[in-house]
Design a protein around this ligand. Structure first.
Ligand code: WTA
Length: 658
């Protein structure tokens, strides 16, 4: 177990201030006092079926109402809203068309080279219907998995909603993953079609997405893939395989603007999204229709306290869960205006984010701590050049935020007046689980504060027993919630073992193990410390050390590899790889560069090791297990503490120290 904590207690202790919502903010907000939050939590706890049932009936449209709120008779497999029929695309679009929301802007897209598009709900509905009809025309129907490998263009959101509309689960693969990583996901998910683009603009480069798709499909490696839809974005010349590849504009534009939503069962699969775990290849997290819809909708409404005129912007990529729940589904289900930005800040455009905020008068801004730390480093002079006065609420997600960054965010970006919601959640949870409610919760910088109503989070030991205040332990959830993942795609065993059977509660109850360490203070505030498994969090991106190790050992010169995270001021963690080479291979700059490139090819640039340390041998126990604790200490230059008596060969340690 990894006891690293990026949110060290010393840094937390330096900041003792508590920030309460201003009277003005609270008075206008939906949940406007802490006592109201407590009341809601109590209601949810005392009668969860009523709480969730009422919420589902009030917040969603149903073709047919459900018969049962929760079926937990076969844990850990939950069924929510069984017997109901609904469609998330209908909930995000059609149901708004009979109100004034029809002509409200649903999506503002800011393209990287400076182009821009806006869609009202009415227009977005038409585009989604056309795309849905196009998918049908190439033989995609209910239950067929469609992979998306897209840049941040409106067609990405349109494609997701189109898939949902016809009941075809989508599986979005982040455009920064390599063709190898894409292939693994296509094979595992048995994708029948892919939606991609001729390329994407990323930083100051063009990413050849279609070439990567071609490479992933080479030979007969993905026999299930029958067709590829290609959005024209960069206008770079690409190869088109006749009979397999279709231009999006050729096949979509001519379709009818009407397409009825498929009436989906509550538990029909909505999407599969791959994420890293401690063992093996990434796992396909399965989310289903109604529960996910309710959870992304409700959490968005509560946490961002959405009001009619808000312009909301989340800077994530749609390739991650944050993009799914809080760029597309949560905002649109609520009838909000959501912004999608294709670019990222970089030395040539350091004020890129602030420019978007100023230009579109963003009122709610949601980003990652790693971005905030990077902005702190380049200095407040950059944001100071922009008018950020439209902001009223700020959010963070993806990793623990250090109090210093929290305060900077509040003062410099929020002008001291915006509440901050530090939201803890995961791909698996579907939506936010622990977060302040901006009009209700007094916040402590660095703490995600309290679980949302209905979420029974706790900090426990390995027997599943609650630990005393301020004592660290495992973060768990003790009761099912609507947005919970339903399975690991094609791997029930892994679902059980990774999440539900990892801790062994003495009463045999099923509790959800999140993989994070946390502590709860004497006032009940949760402080998430970071992963306790072999998952690392690099710039808010979640990576399995095993995945990077497998990539390294697939190189012909590598005999063994062990990867660990090293605390990093900017990125949260950086990647350090310990590598032993095969006899005959020599440790030098050349092989160092080759191995880094190899990992980029196997996984993608986000997994590139920051440092490779070559060694003759790795520290192992007598039973042959690599002692990662020792490697982590070595990587960070820390003292090696704890027991080293199980080391098979102590001389390895001395060599590594040198
Ligand atoms: C981490 C991203 C501390 C955590 C939504 C979790 C956080 C993992 C926070 C999930 C936060 C996310 N404070 N840690 N506010 N938010 N994490 O699946 O380690 O990409 O387990 O989902 O990110 O990453 P994932």
């Amino acid at each position: 177990m990894n006891s690293d904590n990026s949110n060290s207690i010393e840094s937390v202790l330096q900041e003792q201030r508590v920030f309460s919502p201003s009277d003005d903010f609270a008075s206008k907000s939906r949940i406007s006092s802490f006592s109201r939050y407590l009341e809601m939590s109590e209601m949810a706890k005392s009668d969860p079926n009523k709480f969730w049932g009422d919420a589902a009936r009030e917040e969603l449209h149903w073709f047919k109402c459900f018969e049962k709120v929760l079926d937990w008779s076969n844990p850990p497999f939950a069924k929510w809203f069984d017997g109901g029929k609904t469609n998330i695309s209908f909930n995000c679009l059609d149901r708004h068309l009979s109100s004034s929301i029809a002509d409200k802007v649903a999506l503002i897209w800011e393209g990287e080279p400076g182009d821009q598009k806006k869609y009202t709900y009415k227009q977005l509905h038409k585009e989604v219907c056309k795309a849905a009809n196009a998918l049908k025309s190439i033989g995609i129907g209910k239950g067929d998995l469609v992979a998306l490998y897209m840049p941040m263009v409106p067609e990405a959101a349109i494609a997701m909603l189109a898939c949902a509309r016809i009941g075809a689960p989508h599986s979005v693969v982040f455009g920064g993953f390599s063709s190898e990583a894409l292939r693994d996901r296509l094979i595992n998910g048995e994708a029948k079609a892919i939606i991609t683009a001729d390329g994407g603009f990323r930083k100051d480069k063009v990413i050849p997405l279609k070439d990567a798709v071609d490479c992933a499909l080479e030979g007969d490696s993905c026999p299930n893939v029958e067709s590829v839809l290609v959005v024209q974005r960069t206008k770079k010349t690409i190869a088109m395989d006749k009979g397999r590849d279709y231009w999006w504009h050729e096949i979509v534009d001519s379709q009818s603007e009407e397409c009825l939503s498929e009436e989906m069962d509550s538990e029909d699969c909505l999407f599969v999204l791959y994420t890293s775990g401690s063992t093996g290849k990434p796992k396909g997290v399965v989310h289903t229709t109604a529960g996910y819809n309710l959870w992304s909708h409700l959490t968005f409404k509560w946490i961002f306290d959405i009001r009619e005129n808000d312009v909301y912007w989340c800077t994530a990529d749609v390739g991650w869960i944050t993009g799914h729940s809080y760029i597309v589904y949560g905002p649109l289900s609520n009838g909000a205006t959501t912004v999608m930005y294709e670019g990222v800040p970089r030395p040539s455009k350091p004020g890129a984010f602030w420019d978007v905020i100023q230009k579109h008068k963003i009122s709610i801004f949601y980003t990652a701590p790693t971005a905030i730390r990077a902005f702190m480093k380049t200095g407040k002079e950059i944001p100071d050049q922009y008018d950020l006065s439209s902001l009223r609420l700020l959010g963070t997600v993806g990793e623990p935020i250090n109090p210093e960054a929290w305060i900077w965010y509040r003062d410099v970006i929020g002008g001291g007046k915006c509440p901050i919601v530090d939201t803890w959640w995961q791909t698996e949870t579907g939506g936010v689980m622990i977060s302040p409610l901006p009009g209700a919760t007094p916040t402590k910088p660095g703490s995600a504060t309290f679980p949302l109503p209905g979420i029974e989070a706790d900090v426990v030991n390995s027997d599943g027993e609650s630990v005393p205040d301020n004592e660290g332990g495992y973060l768990v959830v003790k009761r099912p919630w609507p947005g919970m993942m339903r399975n690991v795609y094609g791997d029930e065993k892994r679902f059980r073992e990774s999440y539900w059977e990892y801790l062994k509660p003495t009463d045999n109850k099923y509790i959800y193990f999140a993989g994070d360490g946390a502590r709860r203070d004497e006032e009940g505030y949760f402080w998430v410390m970071g992963r306790v498994d072999d998952v690392i969090n690099v710039s808010g991106h979640r990576l399995g050390t095993m995945e990077i190790e497998s990539a390294l050992v697939s190189h012909e010169s590598v005999s063994e590899a062990a990867v660990v995270g090293r605390p990093d001021d900017l990125k949260g963690e950086s990647i350090v790889a310990f590598v032993t080479l095969k006899t005959g291979a020599e440790a030098n700059k050349n092989i160092d560069a080759q191995l880094k490139k190899h990992v980029v090819n196997e996984i993608g640039p986000i997994a590139k090791p920051d440092e490779i340390k070559f060694t003759d041998a790795l520290p192992k126990t007598r039973s042959g297990k690599i002692m990662r604790r020792i490697l982590r200490a070595l990587a960070s230059g820390d003292e090696i503490s704890g027991d080293t008596s199980t080391l098979e060969d102590r001389s390895v340690l001395d060599k590594l120290r040198n």
